[in-house]
Design a protein around this ligand. Structure first.
Ligand code: XMP
Length: 333
């Protein structure tokens, strides 16, 4: 609508004025905030923006390619994709403690991003270096860092809206979403031409599948989990609840699959299988502090279960998590 149109014009003018002819770096995660910040800044300054997308190998099925297709392919933004999956998986080998896994993933993420940022700051022959670091900080983040902050909130923000990083890198901060609430950020994203499926996606934790594979993270587990989770999400998106006319994806606040590194017995044809188990998790919540498990229709659960077991060789049992928060948390780790 035209109100958002005016907002974009003003925001673009402000970014141009602030940045002048300098260069800007932005850490793109594929999440809503960094995506909308990237689209807005790109609208304002085009090629003066370079996005750095660190792929830690713990993203969802085709997620990295989708980010590249959108930002490089459709928006024609400059994006450096750093495939760091081997580095992350290597450092995670043998580590089972959830908080240790978070620390390793968060720490490596900052290291990898920083290394790219240092290169971009230095510039190269004929190309001057960056002087700004852009972040998708939104209004609730600003309030959060001034007031009370839970341990998890700190961990959450430590990934992409990295406190202290601009100072360490000697870069100035550019935060064009600082005054916006989440729903305004989403509207802005749509107005900038980002696909609604991207802008209205459920939240995804910074450590990604790293905390959805219980215990040790292995590539084999991540690959199985990605395929199972894609089936679950696909069915949630395509199953419409008749009374509201909305999809079950839109009727849930967060839904995902958890990989359990245990094997159970099954039968297939004349043979016996001994394969892994996954748990489906879907919750409804307004603040993520408390949450109810979603009463998904049995027909939907049935379809998801049979598709996962038939299509993902290596998984022979699917369970549904019927625990609310509290006392259970939304994630399993
Ligand atoms: P829990 O499991 O604590 O999750 O009920 C509440 C919300 O926080 C998300 N979450 C995280 N997000 N890094 C993140 O960026 C994390 O380490 C992390 N742990 C949990 C979770 O997905 C849910 O939305």
């Amino acid at each position: 609508d035209w109100i958002m149109g005016n907002y974009i014009e003003e925001a673009v003018a402000k970014i141009r004025e602030q940045v002048g002819d300098e260069e800007v770096i932005l850490g793109l995660s594929g999440g809503v905030d960094s995506s909308v910040a990237a689209a807005l800044i790109h609208r304002a300054i085009g090629d003066q923006l370079t996005c750095v997308f660190v792929d830690h190998g713990l993203l969802r099925l085709n997620e990295g390619d989708m980010v590249m297709d959108m930002f490089e392919g459709k928006l024609h933004a400059k994006v450096i994709r750093v495939d760091a999956s081997e580095l992350f998986l290597g450092q995670l080998a043998g580590v089972t403690d959830p908080e240790k896994k978070r620390k390793i993933i968060g720490g490596l993420f900052v290291d990898v991003f920083k290394a790219e940022a240092v290169k971009l700051k230095a510039g190269d022959g004929g190309h001057k270096g960056a002087t700004f670091l852009a972040q998708g900080t939104i209004y609730p983040d600003v309030v959060e860092s001034g007031g009370t902050k839970t341990k998890k909130a700190t961990t959450i923000k430590s990934h992409h809206n990295v406190g202290g990083l601009p100072e360490q890198l000697g870069l100035m901060l550019l935060e064009p979403l600082r005054e916006l609430f989440k729903d305004e950020v989403r509207e802005l994203g749509v107005a900038l031409g980002l696909p609604p499926e991207m802008v209205y996606r459920h939240p995804f934790p910074g450590p990604g599948l790293g905390v959805r594979i219980l215990g040790e993270v292995k590539k084999e587990y991540a690959d199985l989990l990605r395929r199972a989770d894609a089936i679950f999400i696909d069915e949630l998106r395509s199953t419409i609840e008749p009374n509201s006319g909305k999809s079950w994806y839109d009727l849930t606040s967060q839904a995902f699959t958890v990989f359990l590194p245990v094997k159970s017995v099954g039968v297939m044809g004349d043979g016996r299988t001994y394969d892994y188990v996954v748990a489906l998790r879907a919750v409804q919540t307004s603040d993520f502090m408390t949450a109810d498990w979603a009463e998904l229709p049995y027909s939907l659960l049935k379809k998801v279960s049979s598709r996962i077991i038939n299509e993902v060789r290596g998984i022979n049992r699917v369970t549904y998590d019927v625990s609310s928060k509290p006392p259970a948390t939304i994630e399993w780790e």
